[in-house]
Design a protein around this ligand. Structure first.
Ligand SMILES: [Zn+2]
Length: 154
């Protein structure tokens, strides 16, 4: 907890702290199925959990030693059950992060606030062609796709 306080209170000092560097695990947040009828993210999340839990290879051990992986298996359980894009209240949760009118959107937002993910994957589904934002144009103005491609895509 001292390290967390140092990061919060004195980020410049934390950036050069060798204990923090050696103990730090990069937070990765994988959000899935925000649109209830886009099933593939949940399938991928469950498969990933199974693979990570059963892996015995050094590469996976290294991955888990240096990363904290947070998975939201389904961000829209109402929509998933009903087979709809929206939740049971009729909201597109992917358009509700600013307003936070829906409990699912508030929960996802709180995960981002609490865990401060360095990388977030938001897995949707196959809809009218494949869009892998931020790697596929047109790029949204809120995505630093050039940095993502260079530093995170692999
Ligand atoms: Zn979607």
């Amino acid at each position: 907890e001292r390290m967390r306080e140092l990061i919060g209170n004195s980020p410049a000092a934390a950036a050069t702290d060798r204990r923090i560097k050696s103990a730090y695990k990069t937070p990765v947040f994988i959000n899935n199925n925000i649109h209830g009828n886009e099933w593939e993210g949940t399938d991928a999340a469950l498969k990933l959990i199974e693979e990570l839990a059963q892996a015995k290879d050094a590469k996976t051990a290294g991955l888990l030693a240096t990363n904290r992986i947070y998975l939201n298996v389904t961000a829209n359980p109402d929509g998933r059950i009903a087979g709809t894009r929206a939740n049971a209240n009729g909201f597109d949760l992917n358009r509700d992060f600013i307003t936070g009118s829906q409990p699912e959107a508030r929960a996802m937002r709180q995960i981002a606030v609490d865990k401060q993910p360095a990388v977030m994957l938001d897995l949707h589904g196959y809809v009218n062609g494949t869009l892998i934002e931020p790697t596929t144009p047109p790029h949204g103005e809120n995505y630093e796709y050039d940095l993502f491609l260079k530093n995170s895509y692999a």
